[in-house]
Design a binder for this molecule. Structure first.
Ligand code: CUA
Length: 348
């Protein structure tokens, strides 16, 4: 006997459901390393956003179940059956209409109250001592550029790029500004997104709770390399942070003869027209500050590991690695590339 229409329906529904479930379950995979997701918040600020999200998710789930349940119940309860006449047709029901106006208003109110509380909590200045005071918040200026990030520590007199180094347990206050178009600063585990605009400073604060590496990303379309405008946030222990600050404050020196040759190549080529290296004639502020380039883990705004091979590839043809970026192809000889790689990596 061929399967009935009903049993085929059941069969296909079961198939569809198991496929949907399999897709859903893939999102339950444990996070690999430090995930770029809002689901594992590591600061009080990010946690307040996650808590709000969880609350709204379950509120929406309740509404979904109530509405869909009502529909399914109605379809089943009033299905057409042999011998049943068309029921009496009515128009208008004051109780129902008042109900479905008041109930959604209450749901929206229940969602609005914690949303507004969270917004005010994140907008208010952090509850620590005055900026700059010992133990107070650490102030850092973030400058968005096409397509990389500059981080300036005015009190420590440090300028770095694409790697934001922070001490654990100390509140950080970021001032966000763009030098060109609108970007958006987003490190999901540490804080929500914030626009980075030209000529209008925005602010963000959070307090890192756990040492580690956190991935961030520009979250506002800003040109062809928008997707490659990444960053790393490295949270160190207070001692490690102090040691990092001390290293960054002094100029790094080329350590080998080849590195010394690289320093000369750097000084004699177009490099000095865009980059700065402390203690040398290079003082331009167009490209990233390279004073301690050797201490960074990535290059080209977080898209490549900072290895000699990748750096050589970048120096040979930056436009092939990251099309549209502002670094021109310098037509360097292989020996010059080799010396430059040695020099830049010696700047720890
Ligand atoms: Cu900067 Cu997208």
């Amino acid at each position: 006997m061929p399967p009935s229409r009903a049993s085929r329906m059941v069969h296909y529904s079961a198939l569809g459901l198991s496929f949907g479930l399999a897709v859903l379950l893939t999102s339950c995979a444990p996070p690999q390393g430090a995930p770029q997701t809002t689901m594992f918040p590591k600061t009080e600020a990010a946690r307040s956003i996650m808590d709000l999200y969880t609350f709204i998710f379950w509120a929406a789930a309740l509404v979904f179940i109530a509405v869909q349940g009502g529909i399914v119940y109605t379809l089943w309860r009033f299905r057409s059956r042999p011998g049943h006449e068309l029921p009496p047709q009515v128009h208008g029901n004051t109780n129902l209409e008042v109900g479905w106006t008041v109930l959604p208003a209450l749901v929206l109110l229940a969602v609005a109250v914690p949303t507004i509380q969270t917004i005010f909590f994140l907008e208010a200045p952090p509850a620590v001592g005055a900026s700059g005071a010992p133990g107070g918040s650490l102030r850092i200026e973030v400058v968005g550029k096409q397509w990389w990030w500059e981080f300036r520590y005015p009190e420590q007199n440090i300028i770095t790029a694409n790697e934001l180094v922070l001490p654990v347990g100390r509140t950080v206050e970021l001032t966000l500004l763009s030098e060109d178009v609108i970007h958006s600063f987003w490190v999901p585990q540490l804080m929500g997104k914030q626009d980075v605009m030209p000529s209008h400073a925005n602010g963000l604060w959070f307090t890192p709770e756990e040492p580690g590496q956190y991935f961030g990303q520009c979250a506002e379309y800003c040109g062809i390399q928008h997707a490659h405008m990444r960053m790393n946030v490295l949270v160190y222990t207070p001692q490690e942070f102090q040691a990092w600050v001390a290293r960054q404050q002094g100029p790094a020196q080329p350590t080998t003869e080849l590195a010394q040759q690289g320093a000369e190549v750097f000084a004699q080529n177009a490099c000095v027209g865009c980059h700065a290296i402390q203690g040398t004639i290079a003082q331009a502020r167009i490209g990233p500050d390279l004073s301690h380039f050797g201490s960074r883990t990535t290059l080209a705004s977080g898209i490549l590991q900072n290895t000699p091979e990748n750096l050589a590839e970048w120096l040979r043809d930056p436009q092939a690695v990251k099309p549209g970026n502002k670094m021109p192809t310098l037509n360097l000889r292989p020996s010059e590339v080799e010396a430059l790689v040695e020099y830049l990596h010696s700047l720890k």
